[in-house]
Design a binder for this molecule. Structure first.
Ligand SMILES: [Zn+2]
Ligand SMILES: [Zn+2]
Length: 432
């Protein structure tokens, strides 16, 4: 991915201010701002600031050295300040009656501030005089609401000066490092790569739209927050891979290739780690990935040991549904639940025995439960009745009848049952 950002030092960036839109229904008094002593004093105060500007303070003296600086661009500030204050007061008096009064007022104030451009020269006059006038307000607005507005204005004024903006390029590099680490090449995640490449998850919250400025804004995450989010995303993605849900026959057929891909990914991760590609903060997701890859490699390596056994060959080459298996006996169903219990906790209980027996087409829940309890005993279940060929054959048939079902329900339970069947078959072949 190419870096999509061009970073501009905020000191070198000039965006002119603009004239505020006239507020609907709001008509400025005749002779404004000399209509009354109060508006006159706001205008005069702003004007005396402008006369000194840019000699008024260190910041502005420095600003005066910038190539784009031109004092005449700021000549309208005094009239703008007093007009915005008139508009804002008018807006507040009308908006306080609405249900969403606070949000509306905040959005309007944000709009007024936005009209000062960047840098927002003169904005401090707007805040200062507006706060001063609202604090002197007599009874037009409910006290509690007024206090909330003043509090908001003070917070914006104090905090609005210069909050450090996280560098987008640093965030981009951090995100890109994760993109290059996550094993998107593995079949389970292949479809996700594009999606994650398209998103730049740098926003802290859903953007909020301001109908006055026409802009949506949201806070940008810090690098720390981004990394925490990436660790969470990693865990979530890994949890969502449910190998059991992917067609087992396909997995059996591809287990060798999968094990190879997983090993390749783990090796890649190790290399990246050795080359110091990660900061200490990034290590949690590296660790999570490494553990996951190791687990999966183990799983697929075990899986490979099943390949080429007669049953596996049979599964691999034929669609199990083509040869509808024998209907499992009630004992076979009981045995099936012994394996399901081990891997997903679904045993036969007093509560579910009747329902499950019915589901399997049998009447006696008690019998299902009794057989289940009996065959939970490993010795009993793995005993081949070597003195009786007929019952030994029947026991193998039980396993064969439930394997296709287990295969669809739970892959690990299927493997365990399949392993047991092989032991039983070995014993069977030895005796008969
Ligand atoms: Zn006036
Ligand atoms: Zn100044």
């Amino acid at each position: 991915m190419k870096k999509p950002f061009i970073q501009i030092d905020s000191d070198d960036f000039y965006q002119p201010g603009y004239n505020p839109r006239q507020l609907e229904g709001c008509i400025l008094p005749i002779n404004f701002p000399f209509c009354c002593p109060s508006h006159t004093s706001v205008f005069d105060g702003s004007l005396s600031w402008f006369i000194q500007f840019p000699g008024c303070c260190k910041n502005h003296r420095e600003m005066a050295n910038k190539s784009w600086f031109n004092k005449t661009n700021y000549a309208a500030i005094p009239i703008k300040v007093v007009t915005l204050i008139y508009y804002t007061e008018f807006f507040i008096i009308n908006a306080v009656k609405k249900a969403n009064w606070f949000e509306e007022i905040c959005n309007y104030i944000e709009y007024c501030v936005h009209t000062f451009g960047h840098p927002n020269t003169g904005m401090f006059l707007y805040y200062t005089y507006l706060i001063r006038r609202l604090e002197k307000d007599s009874g037009k607005i409910l006290d509690s609401k007024l206090l909330k507005i003043i509090e908001y204005l003070k917070l914006q004024y104090e905090g609005g000066a210069e909050t450090p903006v996280p560098s987008l390029n640093v965030l981009f590099d951090t995100y890109n490092n994760w993109l290059n680490t996550f094993p998107f090449d593995i079949i389970f995640f292949k479809d996700l790569r594009k999606e994650f490449e398209k998103t730049l998850p740098f926003l802290q919250s859903k953007p909020e739209y301001n109908r006055f400025t026409g802009l949506s804004k949201a806070k940008i995450v810090t690098q720390d927050q981004l990394i925490i989010n990436l660790v969470n995303t990693t865990q979530k993605l890994l949890q969502e891979v449910q190998i059991d849900k992917i067609n087992n026959i396909e997995i059996i057929a591809h287990s060798e290739q999968l094990a190879f891909e997983l090993m390749k990914e783990r090796h890649r991760l190790k290399q990246k780690k050795l080359l110091n590609n990660y900061s200490i903060d990034e290590m949690p997701y590296v660790t999570v990935l490494n553990e996951w890859l190791t687990n999966e490699i183990e799983f697929f390596t075990e899986m490979r040991s099943f390949i080429n056994t007669p049953l596996q060959v049979q599964l691999k080459n034929s669609n199990i549904n083509e040869h509808l298996p024998v209907k499992p006996t009630i004992t076979a169903y009981a045995i099936m639940h012994v394996y399901l219990e081990r891997f997903e906790g679904t045993g036969i209980t007093q509560q579910n025995k009747t329902r499950l027996a019915k589901e399997y087409g049998y009447n006696s829940g008690d019998r299902l439960r009794n057989e289940y309890v009996l065959y939970q005993n490993d010795e009993k279940r793995l005993d081949l009745h070597t003195n009786n060929k007929k019952s030994a054959t029947a026991h193998l048939e039980r396993y064969k009848s439930i394997l296709p079902l287990l295969q669809k329900m739970n892959n690990r339970a299927f493997q365990a049952a399949n392993k047991d069947l092989q032991l039983l078959e070995k014993a069977y072949n030895k005796h008969y």
